[in-house]
Design a protein around this ligand. Structure first.
Ligand code: SF4
Length: 349
């Protein structure tokens, strides 16, 4: 594959000098001159997959307080970890987090990208990030921020996801062998704070002298976008029975698949066809429509029609359990919306 050309080691050094002055202070980062803790780097990188720094910070703090070491996390109850993850989304990450902790807990984190890549939930990006940041391996670390920066630096003429090798090579050409972890974080910080998607602050950028897009004044044209795939439209129905003590009936989703292992309300599967409501009720009752909720997943827009009913104090719990409210500590966001919708209708106040 053709290389992109682009900036070299001097640009890398300029970026590091900028990083030394302007680095973001993030809770999982080591202080300057200190070695980052692999557990903290790994935990934060898994949380940051598909999620913003702002959203991750409070979850990271909770996890680190409850499970200060990978051995503590490995010994945790599955349900406790899933509940602590609730609201952060992409729940396969939490299951992989536990699986990975249990692999690592017997020994230590492996120290190379190659061996890290074999761990559950640790892909190309995460293995490179941990190897560079926690172990000082001089490997290119490419996330969405870095793809954007490189696309602009080189005026990459195709979507960066289709030019992975070329983007990695461009990053490797700048990489200072003695500070690979700082360099990786400097590229991420530059993308997050200076070379932002909508309005790059080129006047403040340490790479401005070597940036092809800035020289042409067409930064907004990069990265080249991949053609958009249409999002699916899903429908579903959900049932929230409420007992006089305020508890609601919930069950647990299967371990695999969307929201796997998380608590959910009873209802239909989600699909393209609107559902026949009452066929999916957990038991016969006076089900009252409580309106609907909308929720966006990465690849689908979901609408759920919500029904609620007053249940008897001794109502059964078919394949589920009655949960005290607020139950939101263990509910993913879409389920929280459904329960909130039902209880808003239920509460006579
Ligand atoms: S000069 Fe502008 S477009 Fe180029 S890398 Fe810096 S912020 Fe991004």
């Amino acid at each position: 594959m053709a290389t992109l050309g682009g900036p070299g080691r001097e640009a890398g050094a300029a970026l590091l000098a900028w990083y030394d002055r302007h680095r973001r202070r993030l809770p999982w980062r080591a202080a300057p001159g200190e070695r980052a803790d692999p557990y903290r780097v790994w935990l934060s990188e898994i949380m940051l997959q598909q999620t913003t720094v702002a959203a991750v910070k409070s979850y990271y703090a909770v996890f680190l307080t409850r499970w200060p070491t990978v051995a503590d996390l490995a010994a945790a109850e599955d349900g406790a970890v899933m509940a602590a993850w609730a609201g952060l989304g992409y729940y396969a990450r939490a299951r992989n987090l536990l699986a990975c902790a249990r692999v690592v807990a017997g020994g230590a984190f492996p120290a190379t990208r190659e061996s890290l890549r074999a761990l559950p939930g640790v892909g190309d990006y995460t293995s490179a990030a941990i190897a560079a940041i926690a172990f000082g391996e001089p490997v290119p670390v490419v996330d969405g921020n870095v793809e954007r920066v490189v696309s602009r630096l080189t005026r990459l003429d195709r979507p960066p996801k289709t030019a992975k090798r070329a983007v990695e090579d461009a990053v490797a050409a700048m990489l200072p062998a003695d500070r690979p972890g700082d360099f990786a974080q400097a590229m991420m910080d530059l993308g997050a704070t200076i070379c932002t998607p909508r309005s790059p602050a080129c006047a403040l950028c340490p790479l401005r002298p070597v940036c092809a897009a800035a020289a042409h004044g067409d930064m907004q044209d990069y990265p080249v976008k991949a053609p958009k795939r249409a999002r699916s439209v899903w429908h579903g129905v959900a049932f929230v029975p409420v007992r006089p003590d305020g508890t609601v009936l919930l069950r647990r989703r299967p371990a695999r698949g969307l929201l796997g292992g998380m608590a959910e309300v009873f209802g239909s599967a989600w699909g393209a066809t609107p559902q026949e409501p009452l066929a999916h009720a957990p038991f016969a009752a006076d089900w009252t429509p409580a309106g609907s909720i909308a929720h966006g997943f990465t690849h689908a827009e979901l609408t759920v029609d919500v029904y609620r009913a007053q249940a008897e104090a001794d109502a059964p719990a078919p394949a589920g359990a009655w949960w005290a409210l607020p139950a939101d500590a263990g509910l993913p966001t879409v389920m929280k919306k459904i329960v909130t919708r039902a209880l808003a209708m239920h509460d006579p106040a």
